[in-house]
Ligand binder design. Structure first.
Ligand code: C5P
Length: 402
């Protein structure tokens, strides 16, 4: 499908060694029949020549605010209006920082501030620069302004070091744009929060109570919802699963109490909440500041109830979609339906520990979605990634039809 056919794309190139990949990127875009105009920062010209980029894009290259020969004005406003997409690739830490901070000292940046179209940013830098909190905070700010971050890849970097920071391959970037324009972004403009992982309830500085939740299902779902264009906030307890989609905003909330505070705070800003986390029902009454020493006696730990986050959101709910999960060992449907009603959920995703390959830790799951009217749909054993599409479909149907 030629989804990029006729699309006007401004490609912004900054001064990174990855600028050579921009030549292939522009070539791929023109092969897709997109109309491409290239803006380069002054430093980018040191990495790849304007002649190369002008030839490949079939348009003159824009670098300065004025054409020095005839004084003609390169209007960032009309460029911003012309573009269906503004793709900054490669984007250096410097340019990302300037974009996040509103600095506009070259044509690439003034065009960014004028652009009314979606903006795609493909970072390229050394691993330490990428990992630095300044860069990460700047990227988070760009995401919060609605920009799309095309995650850099891991591998060998120009410095010889190995790590995350390589600009995504041109073919990956083109795929990202195609996906965007192929109206797969059905949830664009919707804000969705997802809780995931198992909570950790500290006993003393070295011990805790937790559960076997891996976070795989919740993170797969957060990724799927973000891939459909939703603005996703992931409220994350303990999990070792990495989050790949750079557009997902992550809030770390490891204990039941922290997750409660983060969720209640976030919920009023969202259109939907999917409660995938395995939240402890009980937490130690008191946390010891020092390691509890063993002795010959038995030890009983006093526990108090945690707050039920889903139930609390169910009370707060105001025209919002609320989805819960239930993991049951017996009387599965009856228990799930009871939770659905008690927590005021719109639907609940039931997985049973009795099913082989379903539940905690596995890459697969077997689910049944139960709705408020008691109707249910059963999905056969599948990967959590594929099931996340089924659950996202259910979220989409309920959210867009409400
Ligand atoms: O009652 P139970 O823990 O089985 O309910 C499961 C559902 O409720 C899940 O969606 C889970 O994320 C949510 N839950 C919660 N806060 C709790 C306990 C469960 O949000 N304290």
């Amino acid at each position: 499908m030629e989804v990029l056919n006729g699309k006007n794309i401004v490609v912004g190139i900054t001064g990174s060694i990855a600028a050579y990949k921009a030549a292939i990127l522009v070539r791929l875009l023109t092969c897709e029949k997109a109309n491409v105009k290239v803006i380069m920062t002054p430093l980018a010209k040191q990495f790849i020549t304007p002649l190369t980029m002008a030839t490949l894009s079939k348009n003159p290259i824009l670098v300065d605010f004025f054409n020095p020969e005839n004084g003609e004005w390169n209007s960032h406003v009309s460029l911003g209006e012309w573009a269906d997409a503004y793709l900054i690739a490669p984007a250096t830490a410097n340019t990302i920082g300037k974009m996040a901070g509103g600095i506009a000292d070259n044509l690439l940046l003034t065009t960014y501030l004028s652009a009314k179209c979606p903006v795609f940013v493909s970072p390229a830098m050394d691993l330490d620069m990428f990992a630095h909190p300044t860069t990460q905070n700047n990227i988070s700010r760009l995401i919060s302004y609605g920009n799309h971050i095309i995650e850099p890849e891991s591998g060998e970097l120009a410095s010889g070091l190995i790590g995350k920071g390589r600009m995504a391959e041109p073919a990956t970037i083109v795929e990202y744009l195609k996906k965007y324009f192929s109206s797969k972004f059905t949830l664009e403009g919707k804000k969705i929060m997802v809780t995931a992982g198992g909570t950790i309830e500290p006993i003393d500085p070295v011990r805790y109570i937790s559960n076997y939740s891996s976070g795989k299902m919740g993170i797969a779902l957060a990724e799927e919802l973000a891939d459909r264009g939703a603005d996703v906030t992931l409220i994350k307890a303990s999990t070792s699963v990495p989050v790949k989609n750079g557009r997902i905003k992550i809030v770390d909330a490891v204990s039941a109490e922290k997750m409660y505070v983060a969720s209640v705070n976030e919920f009023s800003k969202t259109d939907a909440a999917v409660m995938c986390a395995a939240v402890a029902d009980y937490t130690p009454t008191a946390i010891s500041n020092s390691k509890i020493k063993k002795n010959e006696n038995e030890w009983s730990l006093s526990l108090k109830r945690t707050k039920d986050i889903a139930a609390e959101l169910g009370k707060m709910k105001n025209n919002q979609l609320l989805v819960g999960f239930a993991l049951e060992t017996n009387d599965e449907e009856t228990n799930a339906l009871k939770k659905l009603k008690e927590k005021n959920l719109d639907f609940i995703v039931l997985n049973s520990l009795n099913d082989e390959g379903a539940g905690f830790g596995h890459d697969t799951n077997k689910i049944k979605i139960i709705y408020r009217d008691g109707t249910s749909v059963e999905y056969p054993l599948n990967t959590k990634k594929n099931l996340s599409k089924d659950i996202a479909d259910a979220v989409e149907r309920n959210l867009l039809n409400s």
